[in-house]
Design a protein around this ligand. Structure first.
Ligand SMILES: [Mg+2]
Length: 334
């Protein structure tokens, strides 16, 4: 594959994540009915550009992309992964109150980091297994070209800065290895792809890896059946669910992101619509699904009128995200 094509895929991964996040953010936590309505009636119409959420205009992305961006920026400026620098960035974005839509475990870790706890000791202990470390991990797939063991190690270590649970680590590895593999693929054989990603998660958490392998069957099911299985996967049978749709539990959210991508591997907006329409923690599921799709299809597969609106409280717009991804590409391919 030509280097220009791969450069386009680096930008696709970060921008694909940001746009999935920004679109899901508009209906985060809403019911499946509301989310389906949003997807059917608004998402592909001009009316969607008028949507706002609180003080935020259309195009605002949330913590998922903010923290992925900080992780990538840290990698570029430190010329390699530096847990301590990343930890400082996590602390700062919380203490300066720039974070948009915070997760509880990441917030707790940020408070510890801000009080001087080192990055390797700050993570929220098990059994907190939310998707906070997986939601930012797809960009780690861009850090090491084809060195997948290194991708998996850094995915785990960056994850532990906020989440210590093994399932959270395995979810982060799944997102990072997935994007790393997709950067180099021209076609996706879903069964082989899922098996390869799962093999990199196995030594960290066998149960997570086994859950991921079930996707080989589940991607053949229609949305309404697949979501029933995926939202329960990895949870205790007696667990009392308090979320609509896909909850922030790491296993279900990562599986739902993969399902959404693998059902529409050649269609970025199809992937994002699939992720959002079932409701729940949809900024994160759409961010993760969008990152996989963007890593495979590249920046130009992401609709221009939508991606042009991206911003974080008026700064870190599309141009800044693309520039950051290009700096990362240049560092890795120098
Ligand atoms: Mg979010």
């Amino acid at each position: 594959m030509g280097l220009n094509l791969r450069r386009d895929r680096y930008a696709g991964c970060l921008v694909g994540k940001a746009l999935g996040d920004a679109l899901g953010f508009l209906v985060e936590g809403r019911s499946p009915k509301d989310c389906q309505h949003f997807v059917d009636r608004f998402l592909l119409s001009e009316r969607v550009f008028k949507f706002q959420k609180g003080p935020f205009s259309f195009g605002q992305y949330s913590d998922d992309t903010q923290l992925a961006r900080e992780l990538m920026q840290s990698f570029v400026l430190c010329k390699g992964f530096n847990a301590s620098d990343f930890g400082k960035r996590v602390a700062r974005i919380f203490t300066e109150e720039l974070i948009v839509g915070r997760g509880r475990a990441t917030w707790n870790a940020a408070k510890r980091l801000a009080s001087g706890v080192p990055a390797d000791k700050a993570g929220e202990p098990a059994p907190a297994a939310g998707n906070g470390s997986a939601m930012r991990a797809a960009v780690v797939g861009l850090f090491f070209a084809e060195d997948l063991p290194q991708v998996a190690t850094v995915a785990r270590v960056q994850g532990e800065v906020t989440h210590k649970d093994r399932r959270a680590s395995a979810g982060a590895i799944a997102m990072a290895v997935g994007s790393a593999l997709l950067l180099n693929k021209d076609t996706v054989d879903a069964d082989a792809f899922v098996a390869e990603v799962a093999s990199h998660c196995e030594s960290t958490d066998q149960d997570f890896s086994a859950s991921l392998l079930k996707l080989r069957e589940w991607i053949r099911l229609p949305t309404s059946e697949a979501v029933q299985l995926i939202q329960k996967e990895g949870k205790d049978p007696d667990y009392k669910e308090t979320w609509w749709g896909i909850s922030p539990f790491v296993t279900g959210s990562v599986l739902w992101a993969y399902y959404s991508f693998l059902r529409h591997p050649r269609n970025y907006m199809g992937t994002v619509k699939e992720a959002i329409a079932v409701g729940g923690d949809v900024d994160t599921t759409a961010a993760m699904a969008g990152a996989l799709s963007g890593a495979f299809l590249g920046l130009n597969a992401i609709p221009e009128d939508y991606r042009n609106t991206l911003n974080d409280q008026g700064v870190w717009t599309l141009t800044d995200l693309v520039t950051l991804s290009e700096r990362c590409f240049d560092l890795v391919h120098s």
